[in-house]
Ligand binder design. Structure first.
Ligand code: AMP
Length: 431
């Protein structure tokens, strides 16, 4: 069996590893991949991930049996539709279904229709509408670019002055694209949870819950990033709680999409705020999350290849469960100097082998320069420690991360500290 993974970040590296563990022992390809993925899959560095024509041509040339799409941009560009039209099996939603991620306004519409709890919102389509909207809102308020923004299109505004500044970013600087509408949302308080689930257009199979760290600095300070760390599982969200969330969120959305004639296949990722009134949706993604995947997939005991094929078939996931090990997984992201505003390329990286002996090291933005591995992007590496307790997993991740060095390396030091505290407190309370 041959499988092509589309993308070239830490998520795709984790997907490649999980596919490699399959009983089908697939031959793996990755387009465009990165320096780390090249050791585990045949890299197709010249294929553009977002170009449906190029992906179809690569899939045909290598006669692959399945294409697994990692990032959101290829989904929104119609890579899955193009592959399926060409007779190649693809794991991921169609363009019409991926709109749940591609447009926050569309996601709100579907949630309203499906009765899914989410923050109340107003759609602002022009600077004039935005000023009117601001006059009627209370603060803090949350402003979000309607389209894809690589996790950076959300601005939390504590005051009207901050909101006016944010409007400049959206409507004057047009940092997230011209003609982009803005969703203004009620600010929700509580604890965030990422719950990814496999969908076959009808059925929903939850994956293990995770939490991620979006801000660049410790204690959730500084600007939002693509993600600086994650861990799984999450205390307080066992099988029963996960089922409750999936019943309230994923299942109604999957049913609403089917009713609209756009069944959702692939991973539906709900970013949730768990507050006093229960879970509310902050956002949907139409694919595996990054860096949640790097903490979730190493714990997956079910065969990912089988799960991908089952998700593609209408009703293929009926009666299927995704099984996970009891281990904890903690992922620490190592980012380059300047991230998230900019990134530094070409800085030599040392200590990778030492780190890989202790933890799972997946590559995100790396490249080869002669004999050296060098930085090639904002988020450079992910280090995932596994252990029987969150403390063990976390110690392993940080021990391994401390072996790695490159100029200007940034990492958060508090990833999963909350999980360690909670589990320690719970075990102190039990007799
Ligand atoms: P999103 O890309 O929509 O998940 O937003 C990115 C991050 O912004 C989330 O992980 C939250 O930390 C924060 N956020 C988004 N929407 C809200 C909201 N309505 N209330 C509070 N925080 C939010």
């Amino acid at each position: 069996m041959k499988i092509l993974v589309v993308g070239g970040g830490g998520r795709e590296h984790a997907i490649v590893r999980a596919l490699a563990r399959s009983r089908h022992a697939p031959e793996l390809f990755c387009a465009p991949g990165n320096a780390g993925i090249a050791a585990e899959a045949e890299r197709l560095p010249d294929v553009a991930a977002e170009d449906p024509g190029e992906i179809v041509a690569a899939a045909k040339e290598h006669a692959v049996d399945l294409v697994v799409i990692g990032p959101e941009a290829p989904l929104v560009q119609g890579v899955v539709d193009a592959l399926e039209d060409a007779g190649v099996a693809a794991f991921g939603p169609s363009v019409a279904a991926a709109k749940l991620e591609g447009s926050k306004a569309f996601a709100k519409e579907v949630m309203e229709e499906a009765g899914v709890p989410t923050a109340s919102h107003t759609l602002l389509r022009s600077p004039e509408e935005a000023l009117e909207g601001l006059a009627r809102t209370s603060f803090p308020a949350v402003l979000k670019a309607d389209g894809l923004a690589a996790g950076k299109g959300v601005i939390i505004c504590g005051s009207e002055a901050e909101a006016l500044e944010a409007l400049d970013v959206f409507f004057t600087e047009r940092r997230f694209g011209a003609n982009m509408a803005v969703v203004m949302e009620e600010f929700l308080e509580g604890e965030e949870l990422s719950l990814l689930a496999l969908c076959d257009g009808e059925n929903v199979v939850p994956l293990a819950p995770a939490q991620d760290y979006k801000r660049i600095f410790d204690e959730d300070k500084g600007p939002n990033t693509g993600g600086m760390g994650s861990y799984s599982p999450v205390s307080g969200f066992g099988a029963a709680e996960v089922e409750e969330i999936v019943d309230a969120v994923h299942r109604p959305v999957v049913a609403a999409m089917a009713k609209r004639g756009h069944p959702f296949h692939g991973v539906l990722y709900a970013g949730l705020m768990i507050g006093p009134d229960g879970p509310k949706v902050l956002e949907f993604n139409a694919r595996f999350g990054d860096p949640e995947t790097q903490a979730v997939l190493p714990r997956l005991r079910s065969d990912l290849v089988d799960l991908c094929f089952a998700s593609r078939e209408p009703g293929g996931l009926a009666g299927v469960e995704a099984e996970f090990s009891d281990d904890w997984a903690v992922t620490v992201v190592l980012a380059s100097a300047g991230y998230p505003a900019s990134s530094s390329k070409g800085d030599p990286i040392s200590g990778l082998e030492d780190a890989a002996a202790l933890a799972e090291v997946t590559h995100a933005g790396t490249a080869r320069d002669g004999d050296e591995t060098v930085t090639a992007g904002g988020r450079v590496l992910n280090v995932t420690g596994l252990g029987a307790t969150p403390a063990e997993a976390r110690d392993r991740a940080y021990d391994a991360a401390s072996r790695i060095e490159f100029d200007g390396m940034q990492m958060r030091s508090d990833v999963a500290a909350r999980a360690v505290k909670r589990v320690a407190a719970a075990s102190n309370q039990s007799p």
